[in-house]
Design a protein around this ligand. Structure first.
Ligand SMILES: C[S@@+](CC[C@H](N)C(=O)[O-])C[C@H]1O[C@@H](n2cnc3c(N)ncnc32)[C@H](O)[C@@H]1O
Length: 282
């Protein structure tokens, strides 16, 4: 069972105007990829470039972005060139924003990926930090994480022909904190900001991908990049503290301050990480 639609909406429907204050102008809500000195905007564009290249998208191909958020990758894909970009998301608030971009050759489907059936097979796939919504902490405790992630990779394998490529990105859980404050802050982030979800471990992903349906062609660890990304989100959010307190209330500011500060510490302390894979359908 994945995060419910309601749980996903808790994570993303605080309000588009709230996230606009501190994300990059294109509304990527995932780890950017820095190459030397870059602004957040440049690093997010660079992340989209990496995944577009991993998926081997070209102007003749269709690409599906599973968990498309506010449509930031779709925007990149249609600007750089694709026949059609299809985004699947569970968040209605995000979908409305994505539709407001009025992207030519893009389509948004508000649907659980687990029931989505492509009209025609896609030529390429991208999915950026959506897999953390698929396995609950309770399911992980029952030892079901690999089986659930395998269900996701197996389902996506039916959406493409052999040879198609998949640019995949996931936030990871690495080490367990040894002190109570960090444990509590990570639990708060999981329970209050992203209810129902759990970050996978790298070894769970590798086991779930297996080697029957997908071949791993490249793997890049991006822990430090996510540290930089979340530090910049936190810096920008704090610049708008009085507006956020006045518009959304003290609780929202305090919760997001705690969550983003926990992320910055979590990446620095190796509690969390991030990975990008280039996969090819066998
Ligand atoms: C952290 S956001 C990432 C958004 C976007 N990929 C980005 O880079 O900004 C995760 C996204 O996954 C979507 N999502 C979560 N569970 C889903 C599911 N079962 N089916 C489709 N989309 C899902 C959410 O609606 C949200 O848009």
């Amino acid at each position: 069972m994945t995060s419910t639609q309601r749980q996903v909406e808790v994570s993303y429907d605080v309000g588009n105007d709230f996230f606009r204050l501190w994300l990059d102008e294109n509304m990527h809500y995932t780890c950017a990829v820095y190459d030397g000195e870059m602004s957040l905007e440049e690093a997010q564009e660079n992340k989209a470039r990496v995944l577009y290249d991993f998926a081997e998208v070209t102007p003749e191909k269709t690409v599906c972005d599973i968990g498309c958020g506010w449509g930031s990758f779709l925007d990149y894909a249609v600007r750089r060139g694709c026949k059609e970009a299809i985004g699947v998301t569970l968040s209605t608030e995000q979908a409305e924003w994505a539709l407001g971009r009025k992207l030519k050759n893009a389509r948004i489907v508000i649907e659980d990926y687990a029931v989505h059936v492509p009209v025609r097979k896609y030529d390429a796939l991208v999915s950026i930090e959506m897999i953390d919504h698929l396995c609950s902490p309770a399911q992980a405790r029952e030892g079901r994480a690999v089986e659930i992630y395998k269900g996701y990779f197996d389902r996506l394998a039916t959406w493409v022909e052999p040879g198609a490529c998949f640019g995949f990105q996931a936030i990871l859980r690495n080490r367990i904190p040894r002190n109570r404050k960090d444990l509590e802050d990570l639990a708060f982030t999981a329970d209050v900001i992203f209810p129902g979800g759990l970050n996978p471990r790298i070894e769970e992903l590798v086991l779930a991908i297996g080697n029957q349906k997908w071949e791993i062609l490249e793997m890049h660890m991006r822990r430090e990049h996510y540290g930089k990304t979340t530090a910049e989100w936190l810096r920008r959010m704090k610049l708008h503290e009085s507006t956020i307190r006045a518009t959304w209330g003290d609780q929202v500011f305090d919760d997001y301050d705690r969550y983003l500060s926990t992320c910055v510490r979590g990446f620095a302390q190796h509690y969390c990480g991030d990975v990008q894979f280039k996969l090819r359908r066998v």
